[in-house]
Write a protein that binds this ligand. Structure first.
Ligand SMILES: [Fe+2]
Ligand SMILES: [Fe+2]
Length: 329
């Protein structure tokens, strides 16, 4: 797979002398942003264009465009406010067919990263379910509206392994596979939230274990294996009742051979969504770079899955996944 592995991090942003350079197209007409907007004309240093909390209008956009402005600058310390603004206006941005596909894809991927990073940092925050649900709804809607969005998303994916990049990638792979398998948009929206949140239980484990290079000791491994239950408990405490999401949170490491954890479920006890997430989860883990090993390309990754894990994975779903990935070459 020739993806040109890159870390988009905050997607549309580039840092520049204490400022973030953001596309003018990411700012929506007739909105109020709680960050300053600065303008840099002809390579000069940015100067204040609009103070925070003032309306940014369609007239502003037309005037700036007429001056040939394509980017604005935001003080770097206000990055968070910009992320919140993007998340708030995500639906409008993703629906705007005048914006280039690549740009919208980066916004979607960047917004997803921001949401899951915040959740991993503070998994007990009151709005974590609302934010993840809103994000997944917009991302899945985008995937259904734009038929090639999965391949665009793959082209901006980060292949450096962090729990937050992994979470977003698993949501993308699982949603795309479920779409290919014929699940409805509503079903995918409901269940992909589980894919996005599946590993948040890792936030409850000592980072020295989560980030350990090499083989874990048996005690460390025992602790690591608790993350599905920790994640399940976290979302339950927030009031999550959706059985599909709870199932994924708790059972994404169950195996069709019955040798998975935490409940050692048997084949007929493992749901379709858990089977989908297991494929997405393993594929992403194999094809992303860790500090201690290189990533496999997608074909070698699929070969390892087919040769070494075929008894653990749903054969039909895996066959469809291979076909779907074949198109990305
Ligand atoms: Fe996991
Ligand atoms: Fe995972």
């Amino acid at each position: 797979m020739n993806i040109g592995a890159q870390s988009v991090g905050s997607a549309t942003l580039e840092e520049h002398d204490g400022f973030l350079r953001v596309a003018l197209a990411s700012l929506r007409a007739d909105t109020v942003a709680n960050f300053e907007l600065h303008l840099a004309l002809r390579g000069r240093s940015p100067v204040l264009y609009r103070a925070a909390n003032l309306e940014f209008t369609q007239e502003d956009i037309l005037r700036l465009t007429a001056y040939g402005v394509s980017h604005m600058f935001i003080p770097a310390h206000q990055t968070r406010a910009y992320h919140e603004y993007m998340e708030q206006h995500l639906a409008q941005i993703l629906e705007d067919s005048e914006l280039p596909m690549e740009f919208r894809t980066k916004v979607a991927y960047g917004a997803a990263q921001t949401v899951i990073q915040d959740i991993l940092r503070d998994p007990r925050s009151k709005d974590m379910l609302r934010r993840s649900e809103n994000l997944v709804e917009n991302a899945v809607d985008f995937m259904f509206r734009e038929s090639d969005s999965f391949y665009h998303l793959m082209s901006v994916m980060s292949f450096d392994y962090y729990t937050y990049t992994h979470s977003v990638n698993v949501m993308v792979f699982a949603s795309a596979l479920a779409k290919r398998l014929g699940f409805t948009q509503k079903e995918i929206c409901t269940n992909s939230q589980g894919a996005l949140l599946h590993d948040i239980g890792k936030s409850q484990i000592d980072p020295r274990i989560v980030n350990f290079r090499g083989k874990l000791s048996s005690e460390q491994w025992l602790e690591m294996k608790k993350h599905p239950v920790y994640g399940y408990d976290l979302v339950t405490a927030q009031g999550m009742t959706n059985p599909g999401v709870l199932d994924i949170m708790r059972h994404h490491h169950e195996k069709l051979t019955g040798s998975g954890y935490p409940d050692g479920l048997l084949q007929n006890e493992i749901s379709a969504w858990v089977r989908i997430c297991a494929i997405a989860d393993i594929f992403d883990a194999l094809t992303t770079r860790r500090s201690y090993r290189e990533a496999l390309d997608s074909f070698p990754g699929l070969r390892v899955m087919s040769e070494e894990m075929s008894s653990e994975l749903d054969k039909e779903y895996f066959r469809v996944f291979v076909m779907m990935m074949g198109r990305s070459q």
